[in-house]
Design a protein around this ligand. Sequence first.
Ligand code: NAI
Length: 526
Amino acid sequence: MATLSAGSVVAVIGSGAMGSGIAQVAASAGHIVKLYDTRPEAVAKAIADIGAVYRKLADKQKMTAADADAATARLKAAQGLNDVADAALVVEAIVENLDVKRSLFADLEGVVADDCILATNTSSISVTAIAAKLRRPQRLVGMHFFNPVPLMALVEVISGLATDSAVAQTVYDTAARWGKSPVHAKSTPGFIVNRVARPYYAEGLRLLNEQAADPATIDAVLREAGGFRMGPFELMDLIGHDVNYSVTQSVFNAYYNDPRFTPSVIQQELVNAGFLGRKSGRGFYAYGEGAVAPAVATEAPQPNPEYANYSMGQDAMGAVTSTALMDALLERFRAHGVEVGLKKHLEGNAHGHAQDIAPAIHCNGAAVYLTDGRTATQRARDSKHPDTVVFDLALDYGKAPRIALACSDQCRPAAFNSVVGLFQAAGFAVTKLDDVPGLAVMRTVAMLANEAADAVNQGVCSAEGADTAMQKGVNYPKGPLAWADSIGIGHVVTVLHNLAAAYGEDRYRVSPLLRRKLAAGGKFHA
Ligand code: NAI
């Protein structure tokens, strides 16, 4: 471990939302923290606010009163940059502007010792570019915290082309000692989180654009089936559409208009209208006095069907198979006393039907499959079985309160309703989505995993780093690559392949690393 010693001085430049959070965390870890801001009142406010937080923590007995006083006393206001000359680490959290950041670091180089580490909290500017004009560019590194800093564990430690690996490691180890979860990343557009998270917003916006359901319903599916803390629309409303749209645009531009990152005209219109989300009182939802939360589309109660049974799937060699996800769903049915008889073999061709070799539940004539990225309508046609229903991915079929279904355009309403009744009998609230390819959770998770796999493939981060980043930086319930492991890499590749076929867009191209893992029969995590 090459961490900064606890007694060493950390300087924080910029005392806004991020700078004051960083100062709080560093002072808690025992450092003398010098805060500087071009607005001295921002420094005074930050020190007062942090002191108040420490006192509150002491009141709640999360730290002793003596520790709270000592940590407060370690916060010092710097009157000018010369006051930070003794810093071992300087973390910059000023405006997001390349020229201003470059000029600050150039000034700092004239003040601090040669072995002082310079760190930038930029969320979107190339760390390589910020370092480019320095006398010693090897000592500049990205130290990207997440808002609110004291609560969010992730720190992306970003190496630019010139960054010395020992400097990155010291910052990594120091962040770990501060109680954070650091991950190494290469300076590339969006780093890890702001890149890998793009599909969370983008697929939500596309689902809305294709009228899969309204925002409140899609949000509920992502939360209650997907296990995400917030659905994409409420999250974009919280972030602010101006901010979210501009991050999407900047990643899109930086990757030379890769269709994976194409911004949404729906979001552009919100920005055009000034409907920026919570902060402006209106985004996808209305806020403020008298605002009512829109209803989530949920199917009316249907009777539990007389019988249902399960047929296992078939692998390429014709052997009978099941999948962990289907098994988990059947377990849920059993736990709720819902009869699902086992038919070891596939539904035959008794009615001249072609076979679909995936595991299926059969219920009053309907064949029910886990979505594989095809629409139910396409699948009905492929298998010559009109009454086809597909269900969405859930984080945990044993516990999910909601499930999303879609049925083929050819499906008889009575057949669909009996499938609804079956899922309701197992305790699910059922949401019917329009028949979009890949439904909501499956499509989103497949695209998150695809993006994470590409980031790993391109050396931006490790598989562990990608998963840690998404769990600790944006609270995902599972790392996307660990999630792909549990769905089965083969199924994720099939979903993406079918999405690509459905849309004919390069956006859904499969990451070479996913293909390679599949070919090797491997997983991302042992
Ligand atoms: P903020 O606007 O709350 O605070 C910035 C502070 O920097 C202000 O107090 C301002 O007076 C001061 N400042 C501006 N130019 C300065 C200079 N040349 N020298 C000294 N002080 C200067 O901004 P916030 O949200 O704290 O963001 C700061 C940085 O952190 C930006 O680079 C941003 O991209 C990055 N960041 C922001 C996140 C967020 O969620 N707000 C998340 C991660 C990174």
